[in-house]
Design a protein around this ligand. Structure first.
Ligand SMILES: [Zn+2]
Length: 348
């Protein structure tokens, strides 16, 4: 687990420094030009002193705020505190009630804006940090009353959510629109996903390596093999066993071996009914696995690439838990703010 480091900004009653530069012309000499009291919303202060200055160069006047204060009503400390209460599990209205107990009255919509602001700040800071291995998976956290498909992207280097969007994971164009800016901005070099065709084609188009989650592969191949075991002629059962063993070991030469097996099975014309014979299905499985083999074992030669997409699934699990208990979580925007702020060890 990441360590939670919480530092609320300090708020000063009055400014202890002089301004360094004129905000208009960047000149460095000013005269004091009076002071004004500014009422603030804060957990400790009700009012601060703001000095006004006049620039000796351009002669315009401006306010120099004490630290922790800006043009807004709420201090920086209160904005962060409100967002933090929400992250710790209070609803928007719950947060306003707790703040009322401190003598601070703000509306739940203000808490909502504070949340968005903190998420935005964190998002901007993260944009400067690259992501080498990006996990991506479909999520349906807002599924109640109609499917609203979503996609979530996670930095698998540190388990932090990177983005969430309302995207149909089966639609390659939509997946590309979602992933391309992330890949470019963050310098992603490996994508970890399940083996949906859309992820495969987008990884290809964007020129990144793809590691296919081996839990997913084992699950669907296991089902297919179980199904074929009942149907293929007895003298081909050994092939099924070999496929299973290959997937368990994931040897480098697996692709070639699967291709050899594919060639061994006689090709048969599809029957008149149009239905593929069990042996034909086995051939298809062999060639598909052979062709995709490289994407099953990127973890073997690329450092820090996991062999499953478990890291992404954990983030989705946390998100689902949160959406059951918190009211303000019913929109993509709310979910994104929540994910960003609570999906990590808090260092904001
Ligand atoms: Zn000036």
């Amino acid at each position: 687990m990441a360590i939670v480091i919480l530092q609320l900004p300090d708020v000063k009653r009055t400014s202890q420094t002089r301004p360094k530069q004129c905000p208009y012309c960047q000149a460095e000499t000013f005269q004091r030009w009076g002071k004004v009291g500014k009422p603030v919303r804060d957990n400790r202060l009700r009012r601060v002193q703001v000095y006004r200055y006049r620039c000796c160069s351009c002669r315009r006047t401006f306010r120099h705020y004490p630290s922790g204060v800006d043009r807004a009503d709420q201090t920086l400390r209160l904005r962060k505190l409100a967002a933090l209460m929400w992250v710790l599990g209070l609803s928007l209205r719950g947060t306003t009630s707790v703040l009322t107990a401190f003598g601070v009255k703000i509306s739940h919509l203000t808490v909502w804006r504070d949340l968005q602001e903190q998420a935005e700040l964190l998002d901007q800071r993260r944009r400067w940090q690259g992501v080498r291995v990006l996990g991506v998976d479909g999520a349906y956290p807002l599924a109640k009353g109609g499917k609203r498909p979503g996609l979530i992207a996670v930095d698998l280097g540190n388990g932090r959510p990177v983005s969430i969007g309302q995207v149909d994971e089966a639609n390659p164009q939509a997946v590309r629109r979602f992933l391309e800016p992330l890949v470019q901005r963050l310098g992603v070099s490996v994508l970890v996903s399940d083996d949906l065709a859309s992820f495969r084609s987008v990884a290809d188009q964007l020129g990144v390596e793809q590691q296919v989650c081996q839990f997913h592969v084992r699950r669907w191949v296991g089902r297919t093999l179980g199904d074929l075991r009942e149907k293929v002629p007895q003298d081909w059962l050994w092939v099924l066993e070999e496929v299973k063993a290959l997937l368990a070991d994931l040897p480098a030469a697996g692709s070639r071996r699967l291709y050899e097996l594919w060639k061994r099975i006689p090709e048969r014309r599809t029957g008149q009914s149009g239905e593929r014979s069990p042996l034909e299905q086995l051939r298809n499985l062999l060639i598909r696995l052979s062709e995709h083999w490289a994407s099953y074992r990127v973890f073997d030669w690329q450092a820090d690439v996991p062999w499953t997409n478990n890291g992404t699934e954990q983030v989705i699990g946390r998100m689902k838990m949160r959406s059951r208990t918190v009211r303000g979580y019913k929109s993509w925007q709310g979910m994104w703010a929540g994910l960003l702020l609570s999906g990590s060890g808090v260092d904001w």
